[in-house]
Design a protein around this ligand. Structure first.
Ligand code: ZN
Length: 504
């Protein structure tokens, strides 16, 4: 007789190939059986965790293939400067001042928005000097790609009039050549400066993990362009001690591949009992300012170099020209074959501006695409106001890409927006903002297809990994307006219940 089960989920509706299944047996970290409750309950032993799902739906664990975990954890540390909390510059200054009176060391704020629906402009050091002239102040932009320091803060990290821009970063300057306080893509640079170490705030990471598991997320990939050996060690610490009880993948910043390899690691290397894995090499490609950075010839070399070192690449591409350049570069590069003979597909991250002609290039590039449909939900109103009407239907076109045969995965890019996968699925299906306004678009996926885009196409079947979520309301039965409000009741990762919500 087979050993008794670790977990039995019964009285459930199982979203999988067996339509009549109402129970799942988990044993040794994998799904041991899917079938009929009455029959499978016989596998219960004294130590089996038997969970009555109350008729709720069991779905494969949700995967977030592109987010920024430490940034997402840190993003809620400090003063809330998001438009809802601080709608204008005066309100940001007032909120920071209140906090400045209480603390010592760096004063942090997060979430300011320079767009017309936010502050209408970037903050600068003069704004933040009005908060404090003796204490360093740092406020993160909502994108996570920019921050603003006050004059003391700039002095503490050694930024002055003569400081050159670091590789990949920009010290924004005024007409006289003085730093305005706004720093672009300098998170990694600041992290290396004494006094600005974000440290590993385990309480914040634990809180983030609760949020992710509460959505039914069982696996996530950190897509930080600065990820290297140091970040890998940080992940080992917080995955190893259970602070982040999810399956995690760390992409490697393009400039960090050598260091990772010198440490004996390569793409697919695992740690923490297989819960932590080395992922794609991350390449940043931007077309903001009218020129491609890096140049297409250089991009081609970077892709070849990564492949040569055994890494598939994930190319950040948001603007139309960047998506085109990424698609052309990947179309030209032979796919990476892993030592075991499998092909490791390259990826295009974001694919924000993707009208039909660009979509064709993406489709013929052979790349997989990671799309932030959640942006349509959370930022849809801003897009409606600021994006050209003919481009709007082609922003983050998850459905249109999938219809053209492109492997599409949905991802949050948290902390840019809340890592709510159900909001992303809702927006992929409806192409509506949270406020209910349509952005237009064709070839919208079904809810089941959208769920597939957020679960790596995984099915609940015997032999599969026991990464599961019991959710409510039923995403496949719910009216689509309710989809964004789906939440997990039980979340199972690697055959262990890591999150459970007692029904109130
Ligand atoms: Zn990102």
């Amino acid at each position: 007789m087979a050993a008794s089960a670790d977990i039995i989920l019964h009285n459930a509706v199982v979203h999988g190939p067996v339509r009549t299944a109402d129970a799942v047996v988990v044993s040794g970290g994998v799904i041991a059986a899917v079938g009929n409750s009455a029959e499978l309950m016989r596998r219960a032993g004294d130590d089996t965790q038997v969970i009555d799902c109350g008729g709720r739906v069991v779905v494969p664990g949700i995967v977030d293939p592109h987010c920024h975990l430490f940034a997402a954890a840190a993003a809620r540390n400090g003063v809330d400067c998001r438009p809802a909390a601080a709608p204008d510059v005066a309100a940001v200054i007032a909120a920071l001042r209140t906090a400045a009176a209480q603390g010592t060391g760096w004063l942090r704020g997060y979430g300011y928005d320079d767009s017309p629906t936010g502050l209408g402009r970037h903050l600068n050091r003069h704004d933040l000097d009005a908060v404090a002239t003796q204490v360093p102040v740092r406020v993160e932009h909502r994108s996570g790609h920019a921050c603003v320091l006050n004059s003391v803060g700039l002095a503490q990290v050694g930024i002055g009039r003569d400081t050159p821009d670091p590789p990949g970063g920009v010290i924004v300057r005024d007409a006289a050549g003085d730093p305005t306080g706004l720093l672009l893509e300098m998170g990694g640079w600041l992290r290396e400066r004494a006094g600005v170490r974000s440290g590993t705030d385990k309480t914040a990471l634990r809180r983030l993990a609760q949020r992710l598991l509460g959505y039914g997320i069982t696996a996530a990939t950190d897509a930080g362009p600065d990820n290297g050996l140091e970040r890998w060690q940080s992940f080992i610490a917080v995955v190893g001690d259970g602070t982040l009880p999810l399956r995690l993948t760390m992409m490697v910043g393009f400039g960090h591949m050598d260091a990772i390899r010198q440490a004996g690691l390569s793409y697919g290397s695992a740690a923490c009992d297989g819960m932590l894995t080395v992922g794609h090499a991350k390449i940043m490609l931007t077309a903001s300012g009218g020129t491609l950075q890096p140049h297409p010839a250089e991009l081609a070399e970077m892709v070849a170099e990564a492949h040569g070192l055994g890494f598939p690449v994930a190319v950040h591409a948001v603007e139309r020209d960047a998506v085109v350049a990424a698609a052309l570069a990947l179309a030209d590069a032979p796919s990476l074959e892993l030592p075991d003979g499998r092909i490791a597909p390259d990826r295009i991250e974001h694919c924000a501006e993707c009208p039909p002609d660009v979509l064709e290039l993406v489709a013929s590039s052979g790349a997989a695409v990671t799309v932030n449909a959640g942006f349509l939900h959370y930022d849809g109103e801003r897009y409606r106001r600021t994006v050209a009407a003919d481009l709007l239907p082609h922003l983050y076109p998850a459905g249109a890409l999938a219809a053209r045969g492109v492997p599409v995965a949905l991802a949050s890019d948290a902390p840019v927006v809340e890592p709510n996968p159900w909001a992303a699925m809702a927006a992929a299906v409806t192409r509506r903002s949270a406020e209910g306004e349509s952005l237009g678009g064709v070839s919208v996926p079904s809810v089941a297809d959208a769920l597939g885009m957020h679960t790596n196409g995984e099915r609940i079947a015997a032999g599969g990994p026991a990464d599961l979520a019991v959710v409510e309301p039923d995403p496949l039965g719910a009216v689509v307006e309710e989809l964004a409000s789906v939440r997990a009741v039980v979340t199972v990762v690697g055959g262990r219940v890591v999150w459970q919500r007692i029904r109130g």
